[in-house]
Design a protein around this ligand. Structure first.
Ligand SMILES: Cc1cc2nc3c(=O)[nH]c(=O)nc-3n(C[C@H](O)[C@H](O)[C@H](O)COP(=O)(O)OP(=O)(O)OC[C@H]3O[C@@H](n4cnc5c(N)ncnc54)[C@H](O)[C@@H]3O)c2cc1C
Length: 372
């Protein structure tokens, strides 16, 4: 008996529809790679919202559409593969919304989820700091409760870095140290920060490709209302780990540079023997990566699976970039989509958790190998 991997026709229709929408949205956007991270557009965010493609799986009570994870997968695989500018809504749809659904209270869900699902709000993620990237437990940004009453506001000071989309974000999902005396993993809390608050300075950082989507965010005694604390005070480490699973295990990790690959394939008239072999490897890798993501999508993945998915898929994306450069030949030395793709590729295995850290998670938590 063979394994049937076909999907129902309505899923294929949805995917075709999303591809059409992506192609229409990219007519004036020659760069279609990494569109979930650098393709910002408030207008397209609203369009996604009006099509019901944000918060697709969330309860209707909170502005969602109660559709299946497979439908969401089909829509975003097509949108990202064809370069649709989804960055303005992506972080919120991918991980902030699910985090608020799981750890927020009803007031918070009512306050933030319908706006996300309508494409009206943009969010950024304030985890990394100059000395706390891989090691979240060493976060130093300090959150101080200003009174003994539970509704007293917090004041937050510190520096966040590599904060993607901070310049256009309305809200920042921020992790800060709320108990300096607790053990490192135990004294962290999560806050929703209004990016228009007094005391926030956002400085753009330009990367090797000339893009400046990520930023340094300096917080100087920023007041945050008590009701913006999400989940358990001083207990956010487990929440962060759960949020990282949403960040690591999705289709965005496989198809960031799929548009470049598809265009590269189109310019190959007659592939050489070596190119045929590499195309075969890439096509196989794509299918394997897709199955890994689907396992997560279908709720069939064991805990920690996202570390495997992210490692495999982002190394795959680096292979895709190298292949495109090999096809371009000397043209890859000129500044164009291919050279940009090659310069950007190292970022895949860094952002959202480095491959070295993820391999440690695999060996430690999934395989249960002994630590030296
Ligand atoms: C394009 C991009 C977008 C990003 N967007 C965001 C964002 O929106 N919000 C946000 O909060 N962060 C963001 N980041 C930051 C990202 O999460 C961090 O870069 C990542 O977690 C690694 O942290 P670091 O850069 O401080 O490197 P470090 O943690 O300093 O690591 C440096 C090197 O040492 C290795 N290393 C560190 N510790 C260990 C260990 N214990 N064992 C083995 N090797 C180790 C790492 O693998 C890495 O190779 C983004 C990064 C990139 C590249």
């Amino acid at each position: 008996m063979s394994l049937d991997l076909s999907v129902p026709p309505f899923i294929e229709d949805l995917s075709a529809q999303a591809k059409e929408v992506a192609l229409a949205a990219t007519v004036d956007r020659p760069l279609r790679e990494d569109s979930w991270l650098i393709g910002t557009s408030r207008e397209f965010s609203l369009e996604l919202g009006s099509r019901g493609w944000l918060g697709m799986t969330w309860p209707t009570q909170w502005g969602g559409h109660e559709r299946t994870p497979l439908e969401r997968f089909a829509v975003f695989e097509a949108l990202i593969s064809h370069g649709a500018p989804i960055a303005t809504s992506w972080f919120a749809d991918r991980q902030i919304g699910p985090t608020l659904l799981q750890f927020g209270n009803d007031d918070q869900r009512r306050r933030w989820l319908p706006d996300i699902a309508a494409g009206r709000s943009a969010w950024c993620i304030g985890m990394s700091e100059p000395d706390a990237g891989s090691d979240v437990a060493s976060i130093r940004t300090r959150a101080t409760h200003t009174g003994s009453a539970s509704d007293a506001p917090w004041r937050i000071s510190g520096t966040k870095v590599w904060t993607s989309g901070a310049t256009e974000a309305d809200w920042c999902y921020l992790v800060a140290r709320s108990d300096p005396d607790a053990p490192p993993h135990a004294g962290l809390s999560e806050f929703v920060l209004d990016m228009s608050s007094a005391g926030i300075e956002v400085r753009r950082i330009t990367d090797a490709t000339g893009n400046d989507h990520f930023c340094e965010v300096i917080l100087d005694d920023v007041e945050v209302p008590a009701e913006n604390l999400v989940g358990t005070p001083n207990g956010s480490f487990a929440q962060v780990m759960r949020q990282m699973e949403h960040e690591r295990g999705g289709i965005d990790r496989l198809v960031s540079n799929r548009a470049l690959y598809l265009d590269t394939r189109r310019v190959i008239d007659e592939p050489t023997e070596l190119q045929r072999q590499e195309i075969a490897r890439i096509e196989t890798g794509y299918r394997i990566g897709r199955l890994m993501v689907l396992r997560e999508v279908m709720g069939q993945a064991p805990r920690g699976w996202s570390s495997i998915t992210k490692t495999f898929c982002t190394e795959f994306e680096q292979r895709v970039a190298s292949f495109c450069a090999s096809v371009a030949g000397p043209d890859a030395l000129l500044w164009n989509r291919v050279s940009r793709g090659v310069c950007y590729a190292p970022a895949y295995t860094l952002m959202g958790g480095t491959t070295q850290i993820l391999r440690t998670i695999m060996s430690d938590r999934i395989l249960g190998l002994p630590r030296r």
